[in-house]
Design a protein around this ligand. Structure first.
Ligand SMILES: Nc1nc2c(ncn2[C@@H]2O[C@H](COP(=O)(O)OP(=O)(O)OP(=O)(O)O)[C@@H](O)[C@H]2O)c(=O)[nH]1
Ligand SMILES: [Zn+2]
Length: 302
C-alpha cells in the first residue's frame, strides 16, 4: 500500500485549481484541491496529503482568523485570509478614487481588520491643498495614515513602513499606478523576480496579473494583490454597512425609528447631520449607494 503523508501548510498563491503551499520549513509545493469548487484563499492554513513526491492534495482548510473577499464583474470570491491589516496605497497622480479607499476601509472594518493608509508620492507638493482635507478625514474616520515618497525617498519609506509591517500579515492594495509595486519591492527585495518565476512555473502568462501572492516579511507577511479591482462588499448586510461607517454608527440611536435605514425616514439623525454639513455629502452618497444595493440584495433573497 502507498504510504500517505499528512502535513499542514500555508496557501501562498492560488489560481484556479493550482495552488502553491509552503510548509513550515519553507518548502514550496504545488497542490491541488480535488473535486471542490475554488474556495481557497491565500493565507489559508490547510491540511495536505502528500501522495507522491510531486503530488499534494489539499484536504481541509483550518478555521480562518479573518477573511476578505474580492469581486469582479461576475462574482465575489475569497481574496485573502488570516490577515491582520489592510494597507491601501494611494497618491494624487494618477488621481485616487475615494470610493475605492472607503470600500477598503469598510471591508476591513466589517472583517475586524486594522486599516493602514499609505499616502505615496508626497513629492508632488503642488497637490497638498487637494489631498490634505481627504487625509484629515481618513484620520477622523479612524484610519492610521502614513505618508511616503517611494521613489524620491526610498530609505525614509522603508524606515516609516517597516515598524508598521513587521510581525503582521498585511494585505497590500491600491489602484493601478499608485506605487504599490515600488513599495513592495522596497520591502521585499526579490518580489518582482519571484512573481516572474511563479508565472513561468504555472505558465500563467497574462493571467499572472490577477494572482494573489504571499511574501514572508520580518516575522509576518505581505500579501500582494495585483490587478485588484475592488473589495467584494456584496456579502455585507445593511447592518454591516451602518456599523462599518462611524458617522452613521454614532448617530443611529438618535433617529426617530429604531429600524431607520437613513434613506427617506422622517426624524433621521443621519439625514439631519448631512443637511447641517456635519456629514460629508460624498460619504453619505457612498452610504446610500451601498445601502440601496444591500436592500435590493436582501429582497432578492426572500
Ligand atoms: N513621483 C513619484 N513617482 C512614484 C512614486 N512611487 C512610485 N512612483 C512611480 O509611479 C509609477 C507607478 O508605480 P508602480 O509601483 O508601478 O505602481 P503600482 O501601484 O504597482 O501600479 P500597477 O503596476 O499598475 O498596479 C511608476 O512610474 C513609479 O516610478 C513616488 O513616490 N513619487
Ligand atoms: Zn436615520
Amino acid at each position: 500500500m502507498k504510504e500517505q503523508v499528512w502535513f499542514k501548510a500555508r496557501v501562498i498563491s492560488s489560481h484556479g485549481k493550482h495552488s502553491f503551499v509552503e510548509k513550515e520549513d519553507g518548502t514550496v509545493l504545488e497542490a491541488t484541491r480535488k473535486g471542490k469548487k475554488v474556495d481557497l484563499a491565500v493565507g489559508d492554513i490547510v491540511e495536505c496529503l502528500q501522495t507522491s513526491p510531486e503530488q499534494v492534495s489539499i484536504q481541509k482548510i483550518e478555521p480562518r482568523r479573518s477573511l476578505l473577499y474580492r469581486s469582479d464583474e461576475l462574482r465575489t470570491k475569497p481574496l485573502a485570509s488570516n490577515i491582520d491589516q489592510v494597507a491601501v496605497v494611494f497618491a494624487t497622480r494618477p488621481s485616487y478614487n475615494p470610493h475605492f479607499i472607503w470600500k477598503a476601509m469598510l471591508a476591513a472594518e466589517t472583517a475586524d481588520i486594522h486599516i493602514l493608509m499609505i499616502r505615496n508620492k508626497t513629492d508632488f507638493t503642488a497637490d497638498e491643498a487637494l489631498v490634505r482635507p481627504f487625509i484629515e478625514q481618513l484620520k477622523e474616520l479612524g484610519a492610521e495614515v502614513v505618508e511616503v515618497s517611494a521613489t524620491t525617498d526610498p530609505e525614509g519609506t522603508v524606515k516609516s513602513l517597516e515598524p508598521l509591517f513587521r510581525g503582521k500579515v498585511t494585505l497590500l492594495i491600491g489602484q493601478s499606478g499608485m506605487g504599490k509595486s515600488t513599495i513592495l519591492n522596497l520591502l521585499v527585495k526579490d518580489a518582482g523576480q519571484r512573481t516572474q518565476e511563479y508565472s513561468v512555473a504555472l505558465n500563467l502568462g497574462k493571467q499572472t496579473t490577477t494572482a494573489v501572492r504571499w511574501f514572508n516579511y520580518e516575522g509576518g507577511a505581505i500579501v500582494d494583490s495585483p490587478g485588484f479591482q475592488e473589495f467584494g462588499l456584496s456579502h455585507l448586510t445593511l447592518n454591516d454597512i451602518m456599523r462599518g461607517m462611524p458617522e452613521i454608527r454614532d448617530r443611529v440611536e438618535y433617529c426617530r425609528f429604531t429600524n431607520c435605514r437613513h434613506l427617506n425616514e422622517p426624524g433621521c439623525a443621519v439625514k439631519t447631520a448631512v443637511d447641517k454639513g456635519e456629514i460629508d455629502p460624498e460619504r453619505y452618497a457612498f452610504y446610500k449607494e451601498l445601502a440601496e444595493k444591500a436592500i435590493a440584495a436582501e429582497k432578492n433573497n426572500y
